[in-house]
Design a protein around this ligand. Structure first.
Ligand SMILES: [Zn+2]
Length: 282
């Protein structure tokens, strides 16, 4: 059994358009934005839009879906106004996911901006609890993403993700999303079979492999440990194909949606090529 493989697809022209784009490049899983990722708030979803989304999803055979939250969100923001906006934005996005039926929303934990790691992790956990409090019956799970750790960005160590979850009262609603580029940039050796083996053992020891509910398959333009979040096409970066092969073959991840977020290229066929390359490793 191999994992559902797919890509982050554009929702230009309407959320339901994601599915035809996914089908065109052979996606068995999709990631999408449920509103413009560079805005704090989007206009509310209408019944027509959610209906069209659900119809197209069913027509596509209900591939597993991940949503990705806006990059503006900083759940550890030190400015009260930005923190409030970040919490409201995450709650808004989780609510949209629930309306659409999207089960998982990926979010970057945030950046402590000089407040220090411990204060930052506590702030993220408090923010997640505040958001959960606003959405008592929201079935959408929040997936904390492993990050590259640029600047004061939190979440580049698996232990940090585990700590956020441990500190949050809403921990049962929190799961994990891994990203190969971020892991590599953060220093984890995910380019070899042995390296992936060790990485997975660390995932198991810290957060637990059973909590990994999404995976971003991206090559890295930056060196291992560079802390640079620069995605590259599969095989065109510094992560060895052997690492991707080992991840794709991991039975404990066989039902986890895995999506590429790689450069589209001038011909916009980058994701199609990357999916083909990954499927060639199976
Ligand atoms: Zn991400």
């Amino acid at each position: 059994m191999s994992p559902p493989l797919g890509a982050h697809v554009s929702v230009a022209g309407g959320l339901a358009r994601a599915f035809e784009r996914g089908r065109a490049i052979g996606c068995d899983a999709l990631q999408l934005f449920v509103k413009s990722p560079s805005q704090w708030r989007g206009r509310p979803l209408g019944a027509e839009e959610t209906g069209a989304f659900r119809t197209e999803w069913a027509a596509s055979g209900r591939p597993p879906l991940l949503a990705h939250a806006a990059y503006l969100i900083n759940l550890a923001a030190t400015d009260a106004e930005i923190l409030g906006r970040s919490r409201a934005a995450l709650a808004d996005e989780a609510g949209r996911c629930a309306e659409l039926g999207v089960p998982a929303l990926v979010v970057h934990p945030g950046a402590h901006l000089g407040a220090g790691e411990a204060a930052g992790l506590a702030a993220v956990a408090a923010s997640l609890d505040a958001v959960a409090g606003e959405l008592a019956h929201c079935p959408t799970r929040i997936l904390l993403e492993l990050t590259a750790g640029q600047g004061s960005v939190l979440g580049s160590r698996l232990e940090q993700l585990a700590e956020i979850r441990a500190r949050a009262a809403c921990r049962d609603r929190l799961a994990i999303c891994l990203d190969t580029c971020h892991a590599f940039a953060a220093g984890y050796e995910v380019g070899t079979a042995a390296g992936v083996e060790e990485f997975l053992a660390e995932v198991e020891r810290t957060v637990g492999l059973g909590l990994v509910e999404g995976l971003h398959l991206n090559d890295s333009a930056g060196e291992r440990g560079s802390r640079r979040d620069r995605h590259a096409s599969i095989g065109a970066g510094r992560i060895g194909l052997a690492g991707f092969r080992r991840l794709l073959a991991e039975p404990r991840l066989a039902s986890v949606p895995m999506v590429v977020e790689t450069p589209l290229g001038d011909d916009e066929l980058g994701h199609a090529r990357d999916l083909e390359r990954l499927r060639g490793l199976l």
